[in-house]
Design a protein around this ligand. Structure first.
Ligand SMILES: [Zn+2]
Length: 59
């Protein structure tokens, strides 16, 4: 029962190159990954949903 990743695109100001560029955003159960298409700079955010039973923890 894998949760499908969401793939999104968003125009945003890049923290690295400082330009307004397209960012690819991938969202899965626990993480958000944002990548600048222009310079390739990636950022990750982790979050934990509350009170969702998990079959396995990956650390
Ligand atoms: Zn950039």
């Amino acid at each position: 029962m894998a949760v499908k990743k969401w793939k999104l695109k968003k125009g945003a100001n890049c923290y690295n190159c400082g330009d307004a560029t397209i960012h690819d955003i991938e969202v899965d159960e626990f993480d958000i990954k944002i990548r600048c298409r222009d310079c390739g700079f990636s950022r990750y955010y982790s979050f934990h949903m509350v009170d969702l039973p998990r079959k396995c923890d990956v650390d």
